[in-house]
Design a protein around this ligand. Structure first.
Ligand SMILES: [Fe+2]
Ligand SMILES: [Fe+2]
Ligand SMILES: [Fe+2]
Length: 424
């Protein structure tokens, strides 16, 4: 494709690509699991547990395949708006178990709406986004954000409400036995919970071992693995356009939480695509590079997120956390069917041309071309953006800086191609 060297390549034609039918379930579950690691890197598994309990209730209700699938994705994503730079919404909810206190806490109050907004940009996620937006509505109308009542609350949201409350209560009252937990939660049947759904939960917990499925990390892992296999689908993220918007949304979530600049990953994608076009790569490859750019830093979501915004000098330990993010991004994506090439490109986005980068110290052409492109695009955005530790530089100055480091950090040929095109 011929390009106008002075145009900004923001609207690329998107080719159709096929991802396996397990892609959405794989990607979303791995992403949520990573975003729910605590500061020490241990899994919280809140949304996975809510998902397993919700789907247990959904199956007992004989929901049809479509509804069950939407319940699966809605329960996995219900708290996506509750992942924050310094904590997870679950940390706040366990400190403020009372609904009046929750309504008075801004971050708790807005998180269902944030979840809904993130997902509302995809037509195929419409019902899922409605359900996540209503997952803190109470059956008697005393919930939030809208104060919906009874059947006004979507069924999927009512199911998630029961599962969510069960998961939080099990966390808070670990020592209680099942009967005590049920009587504790039973007080809220008809108020917080749809009573018919709460009865289904009780039946499953007493006679079906529902809570055994979430009793340990190992049980959760094993049960999620088999549930995921039932959730193959081809419509949620079926077109390249939806996938593109979805990856952009994931990029926005992770940039928001780990970068001092909004839209970092979007800028990296734009520059990387420009370089890829200048190198005459084919369009499928360009698309892979674009998506790799969107996702290159998602590993920063996994575990301690505060180090990425720190203004002070980092300790050795904190620096190790920072440099581990390329490997973490790879680990999240490598388990997802269809993402292996993109994961591989991302793994090496901090390798230096002279072999002094990380994680493997690869040198020269041993570094995949796509990763060498990402390296330059990433650095270019870093230099031209304000960072906690220094002010941004103008474009010409930034390009000169790239030239200075050509052959050391960056592939000199790529720097030449990019600067020749961009310099006035
Ligand atoms: Fe929530
Ligand atoms: Fe939740
Ligand atoms: Fe990075």
């Amino acid at each position: 494709m011929a390009i106008n060297p002075k145009s900004r390549l923001t609207h690329l034609p998107i080719q159709d690509v096929e991802f396996p039918s397990s892609f959405a379930a794989d990607f979303i579950s791995e992403f949520v699991k990573a975003a729910e690691l605590d500061n020490d890197g241990r899994g919280i598994y809140h949304s996975w547990k809510v998902c397993l309990i919700s789907c247990g209730i959904g199956k007992k209700l004989n929901l049809d395949k479509n509804d069950l699938r939407e319940l699966f994705f809605a329960s996995l994503l219900h708290d996506i708006g509750g992942i924050m730079a310094d904590c997870h919404i679950i940390d706040l909810l366990t400190q403020i178990p009372d609904v009046y206190g929750q309504k008075g806490n801004f971050r708790i109050f807005v998180h269902p709406h944030r979840s809904e907004t993130f997902l509302g940009t995809f037509p195929t996620f419409r019902r899922i986004s409605e359900a996540v937006g209503a997952h803190h509505e109470f059956y008697d109308g005393s919930g939030f954000p809208k104060g919906l009542k009874g059947d006004q609350i979507p069924l999927l949201a009512r199911i998630i409400r029961v599962a969510d409350a069960v998961e939080v209560a099990s966390r808070l009252h670990q020592s209680e036995n099942l009967d005590d937990l049920i009587s504790l939660l039973g007080i809220s049947s008809g108020e917080e919970f749809d009573p018919a759904l709460f009865d289904v939960f009780v039946d499953l917990a007493v006679n079906g071992g529902l809570l055994d499925a979430v009793s340990s990390d190992e049980a959760v892992e094993a049960n999620m693995l088999s549930l995921k296999k039932e959730m193959k689908e081809h419509y949620l993220l079926s077109s390249s356009d939806t996938l593109n918007r979805f990856f952009k949304m994931i990029a926005a979530v992770s940039d928001n939480l780990t970068s001092s600049e909004t839209d970092h990953s979007l800028h990296v994608a734009e520059t990387a695509v420009q370089i890829a076009y200048l190198m005459n790569l084919d369009e499928r490859e360009i698309l892979a590079i674009r998506w790799a750019a969107f996702l290159h830093d998602i590993g920063k979501l996994a575990g301690n997120r505060s180090v990425y915004r720190k203004k002070e000098k980092l300790s050795d330990e904190e620096w190790r956390t920072v440099t581990a993010h390329a490997q973490k991004s790879y680990d999240i994506l490598n388990g997802v069917s269809g993402m292996d090439k993109i994961a591989y490109y991302i793994l090496y986005h901090h390798e230096n041309y002279d072999g002094t980068g990380y994680p493997d110290g690869l040198k020269g052409e041993k570094i995949p071309l796509a990763s060498r492109i990402l390296r330059i695009a990433d650095a270019f955005d870093a230099i031209t953006s304000n960072r906690p530790y220094r002010k941004k530089k103008q474009q010409t100055e930034a390009l000169n800086e790239l030239k200075k480091c050509a052959g050391r950090q960056f592939d000199p040929h790529l720097v030449e191609v990019f600067t020749k095109y961009t310099l006035p």
